[in-house]
Design a protein around this ligand. Structure first.
Ligand code: FES
Length: 310
């Protein structure tokens, strides 16, 4: 509020600016039945802070979802109430200008102007305080929601891209028996794991032996299937079930979960069902002792790709 050249410029909030009070005029009604404007904002922000702190405590204490939801609802409700009342009572300025009698010539006018100034100062001070409280309340609420990040679990790092297969690591059965070239001499298939890692579910493979020339390597994979031994990941590329059914007459692997089938003579390409990606092939070698081993890890992630999941 400022006064210059005989003119008064005032905030509408004070409700008494402009011309001097006229006898018989009644003062504007105060907000909240006599309470100063801004008190609902303060209450809303207090509820927000209390709800936010309660949410963090409930989250850390692993409390029930009722506590989590209740505290979050209280925080949001308080914030909504604070913003709504802020918009109604405290936001915006309306400047009124017009002729105002020189206060020094008019004792009642000077008194009214002094009261105006005092009231305006109170409003400005209150709004300044509530502005800071509003920022504080919003910050507390935002920070309280950061604890949700703790529910995301451990950071996966490179775990989605690597398995237990390493160059030269031998294939073993579920019982830990090394797989030699004689094991499947008559054809067929078996489940194998990396030596020392029979509990690594993401590393399980289905091993096949084709010796009639029916298997044709994919371009660029000519060295991955020595003597007709071919290995594919057993994790379905749909949502990760074990592809556990081998239909040897059709030369397909089938997933029991949603009936995807994979053509093992054609790079384990999906031929039916919801899977959209071939089963990754493991590059194989046969070492000098006749044991089957990996040339390397898989060259692509096994199981459902997180980039095309869903
Ligand atoms: S998980 Fe294999 S088809 Fe769905």
């Amino acid at each position: 509020m400022e006064v210059a050249d005989g003119e008064a410029v005032s905030d509408l909030e004070t409700g008494t600016h402009g011309a001097p009070p006229v006898p018989g005029d009644s003062p504007p009604p105060a907000h909240g039945g006599g309470r100063p404007p801004g008190w609902p904002v303060a209450i809303g922000l207090l509820v927000t802070v209390a709800g936010s702190v309660g949410f963090v405590v409930a989250f850390v204490a692993n409390a029930s979802t009722a506590w989590l939801g209740g505290s979050l609802a209280a925080a949001l409700l308080g914030l909504g109430m604070a913003l709504a009342y802020w918009g109604r009572d405290l936001a915006g300025d309306e400047v009124i200008s017009g002729p105002y009698p020189a206060p020094h010539d008019d004792a009642p006018g000077a008194a009214a102007l002094g009261a105006d100034l005092e009231q305006s100062l109170g409003v400005i001070t209150r709004r300044h305080f509530l502005s800071k409280f509003l920022v504080f309340g919003v910050l507390v609420f935002a920070l309280s929601q950061a604890v949700i990040l703790g529910a995301l679990g451990p950071w996966p790092g490179r775990s989605l891209f690597v398995t237990a297969w390493r160059p030269g690591r031998r294939l073993v059965t579920i019982d830990g028996e090394p797989v030699t070239r004689e094991v499947l001499a008559g054809g067929g298939s078996l489940v194998a794991f990396p030596e020392g890692h029979t509990d690594a579910a993401d590393s399980q493979i289905a091993l096949f032996h084709f010796f009639g020339g029916e298997f044709k390597p994919q371009p660029g994979r000519e060295t991955w299937s020595p003597e007709g031994f071919v290995a594919y990941s057993r994790l379905c590329t749909h949502v990760g079930c074990a592809v556990s059914q081998y239909l040897d007459e059709a030369n397909v692997l089938a997933c029991p979960c949603h009936q995807s089938t994979f053509d093992i003579l054609d790079g384990a390409r999906p031929v039916s069902g919801p899977a959209g990606r071939p089963l990754p092939q493991l590059p194989l070698a046969i070492d000098s002792d006749g044991y089957l081993a990996a040339q390397s890890d898989f060259t692509e992630p096994v199981g459902p790709g997180f980039w095309d999941a869903g």
